[in-house]
Design a protein around this ligand. Structure first.
Ligand SMILES: Cc1cc2nc3c(=O)[nH]c(=O)nc-3n(C[C@H](O)[C@H](O)[C@H](O)COP(=O)(O)OP(=O)(O)OC[C@H]3O[C@@H](n4cnc5c(N)ncnc54)[C@H](O)[C@@H]3O)c2cc1C
Length: 404
């Protein structure tokens, strides 16, 4: 899906993302249910929001989105969109229940390292030289724009696994490194879902007819596309282990706030307290320059916002220079550092390590949106889906939607 400069400028901060949401609500949301699966090639023509880079970093949060759309529509009119918003929450929760899935994926990537330098099919795939027009177009789109439409991500993953017969882990890595909305949970678990490893035996096999129908016949196929239906090896059952955790920050007056790139919501931060915020993206998994630069811009905006709207005491640090956090604690004589609880991915291990290394008292704030949904994320999505209305209604005293 082609994107323009204006889109990237909007999506990096709260104000711009809200305007993007506003446009989406007025122009596209009424047709979301019937048109969301079409990828016509451009953001303007497609009927999706493009909000994932902001939602993923919590520049825009789920509650604000649901509240905004409730002003204008009945629940039934926007149920599909709310379900999709909740899919993300569900994947996050599913991975919180089973962090081992993420660590096994990282281990698999290490094992596959030699494959990447030896395998010609892999090299052709990531450079868009497979000869399959649609796939090569999507590779170029991903590299250029850092974004693919959801249906296209599904076809892409399916072709990668069942046509090019490449390991799903390398496809997930290629996405993670190049998507500006890269997310450890949504990405890894969607790839596993396409491969048939999420729900045993249920894989997603793309077809030429389906691609033709939902892309308006934009691509030509030299031969009829036939994907294999072979099971992908490596199915393993993971026992859910997550115990719902409550926020544990105290009311201490000597508290400071640590802000990292994965959650820029700032919802927990008290006015005029010391803040330390990450200034450069932590590029642990080889993300592209485009993704890194996008993340850096979101951080720059968040720093400006903190300085202008929240506190006079705003410091910055990078993960290469984490000693600055210890120095900051000493400068302000802090007895507690509050952080929004990091989720399984880049940060959930670094934060406890930081606490041990500098002997810091770190407390975790959890979004009630997450904890309310995560307790239902241990099994399939449809178990959680049944609870969506009930969970949403608890956040507001009066019902949000008419006919709720
Ligand atoms: C193989 C594969 C890899 C994916 N990797 C990622 C990823 O790294 N990061 C990511 O955020 N999403 C990922 N997705 C999910 C989905 O494709 C994107 O969230 C969606 O395309 C984002 O575009 P949008 O904001 O225009 O979506 P919209 O259709 O406008 O949906 C609104 C929001 O709902 C959520 N959402 C929508 N569809 C899904 C979905 N299928 N799963 C989870 N959440 C969803 C997103 O937060 C999205 O911003 C992946 C899907 C597949 C099939």
């Amino acid at each position: 899906m082609n994107l323009n400069e204006k889109y990237y400028e909007s999506i990096i901060d709260h104000h711009g993302s809200k305007l993007l949401l506003e446009n989406f609500v007025n122009e596209k949301l009424p047709n979301y249910k019937s048109k969301r699966n079409f990828d016509f090639g451009t953001y303007e023509e497609n009927c999706v929001s493009g909000l994932s880079p902001a939602i993923g970093r919590r520049i825009l949060n789920e509650k604000d989105i649901v509240k905004r759309i409730s002003n204008q529509f009945s629940y039934g009119q926007v149920e599909k969109f709310i379900d999709e918003i909740c899919w993300r929450t569900y994947w996050k929760g599913w991975l919180e229940h089973r962090p081992q899935v993420w660590y096994d994926y990282l281990d698999d990537l290490k094992q596959l390292y030699p494959f990447k330098s030896d395998n010609v099919d892999y090299k052709n795939a990531i450079s868009g030289n497979t000869g399959l027009e649609c796939f090569d177009t999507w590779v170029n789109q991903l590299l250029k724009f850092g974004y693919l439409h959801n249906h296209t991500r599904m076809w892409f993953a399916s072709l990668w696994i069942f046509h090019l017969k490449l390991p799903w882990q390398l496809g997930a890595e290629f996405f993670y490194q190049n998507l500006i909305d890269a997310d450890s949970a949504s990405n890894t678990l969607s790839w596993r879902w396409v491969a048939g490893l999420q729900t045993k035996g249920k894989k997603y096999i793309a077809t030429m007819d389906n691609i033709n129908r939902f892309t308006n016949n934009r691509f030509s196929f030299s031969n009829k596309l036939m994907l294999s239906n072979d099971d992908v090896a490596g199915y393993k059952y993971y026992e859910p282990t997550y115990v719902v955790t409550k926020s544990n920050p105290s009311k201490s007056k000597n508290k400071g706030y640590l802000i990292i790139e994965e959650d820029l919501s700032l919802v927990n931060v008290d006015k005029n307290c010391p803040i330390i915020i990450q200034s450069q993206s932590y590029n642990k998994f080889g993300q592209s320059e485009q993704v890194e630069s996008f993340s850096n811009k979101t951080l720059k905006n968040a720093i400006e916002y903190c300085k202008n709207e929240i506190s006079h005491n705003v410091s910055t640090f990078t993960w290469e220079n984490a000693e600055l956090i210890e120095k900051w604690v000493k400068t302000y004589s802090l007895d507690e550092i509050e952080i929004i609880a990091p989720t399984v991915g880049k940060y959930e291990k670094i934060i406890p390590k930081l606490s041990d290394r500098f002997n810091l008292n770190i407390s975790y704030y959890y979004h009630d949106w997450d904890t309310s949904f995560w307790k239902y994320s241990d099994k399939g999505f449809f178990k959680m889906k049944k609870q969506i209305k009930k969970i949403i209604s608890q956040f507001w005293e009066t019902p949000l939607f008419k006919n709720f």
